[in-house]
Design a protein around this ligand. Structure first.
Ligand SMILES: NC(=O)c1ccc[n+]([C@@H]2O[C@H](COP(=O)([O-])OP(=O)(O)OC[C@H]3O[C@@H](n4cnc5c(N)ncnc54)[C@H](OP(=O)(O)O)[C@@H]3O)[C@@H](O)[C@H]2O)c1
Length: 233
């Protein structure tokens, strides 16, 4: 499917079907926003790049998901609250999440960490009611993180970054789809690209659709590999 429709003119039902998760087992979708020149942040946050259409698609993707997986520092910096819908999986090696960070004690929040995480921080976060799950030795392994989510019945996985976390999923070949909003601005600066991976390697992706809106944003859905995209007629 190949669309350059205006997102504002696509009905909610059509948008929902365009972003439906494919049936089956675990599926990892990432949602990121970047400027025209590839910056994934503005003044250290992604919010400055967004607009009304981006926020609409951001909310829709959350509504479609079982769990939002996000780097813990990104969640804290961007002020994530516990969403009503999907569960929240915070990824952290250092466990330097503020003890009073609200979502930590929520029953639908887990912290995906690794065996080498500091013992003191484990104890501190355990004391405030956090659920810690080890998903690797020195770093959170994407395959183990996905397995931990699946074990809880969370198969529709939405990865909201940041760039290094997304990079680890790409490097491990664990990303099925990238929904990328292009914000109609050039910002310069030294913000990271949406995907940060050290090793250079081509990961082919197939365009499933491309939407635009009156504010000049582009909303692309890219599926892993060169096969026909899910939902294609
Ligand atoms: N454009 C967008 O759509 C978008 C989305 C999200 C974030 N951002 C922006 O990106 C910037 C942050 O970039 P970042 O690369 O530092 O974010 P990140 O990928 O979320 O990494 C932040 C933290 O997540 C944890 N982490 C990530 N990968 C891990 C792994 N494999 N194992 C264990 N822990 C892991 C680490 O936590 P510990 O240090 O606690 O171990 C790391 O410091 C911010 O400016 C943010 O606003 C942009």
């Amino acid at each position: 499917m190949w669309l350059t429709d205006k997102a504002s003119e696509v009905t909610s039902e059509r948008l929902t079907s365009l972003y439906a998760y494919p049936p089956g087992g675990a599926y990892v979708r990432a949602n990121m926003v970047a400027s025209i020149d590839g910056a994934a942040g503005l003044e250290g946050r992604s919010g400055g790049l967004g607009g009304p259409g981006d926020r609409k698609i951001f909310s829709l993707l959350r509504a479609c998901a079982d769990v939002v997986v996000v780097g813990a520092s990104t969640a804290v910096t961007e002020g994530y609250h516990q969403p009503d819908g999907p569960a929240l999986a915070l990824v952290s090696r250092s466990l330097s999440i503020p003890d009073d960070y609200g979502p930590l004690s929520h029953p639908q929040t887990v912290v995906l960490t690794c065996a080498s995480a500091p013992e003191q921080r484990r104890a501190d976060l355990g004391r405030v009611g956090a659920t810690l799950l080890d998903c690797g030795t020195d770093t959170v392994d994407p395959a183990a993180a996905i397995a931990a989510c699946v074990e809880r019945g969370w198969t529709r996985i939405l990865l909201e970054g940041g760039p290094r976390l997304l990079g680890s999923f790409v490097a491990a070949d664990a990303l099925d789809e990238l929904c990328l909003t292009t914000s109609p601005v050039i910002v310069g600066g030294s913000a990271p690209r949406p995907v940060v991976v050290d090793a250079e390697k081509v990961h082919p992706m197939t365009r499933a659709h491309l939407l635009s809106d009156d504010d000049g944003y582009l909303y692309a859905r890219w599926i892993r590999g060169t096969d026909q995209a899910p939902g294609d007629a």
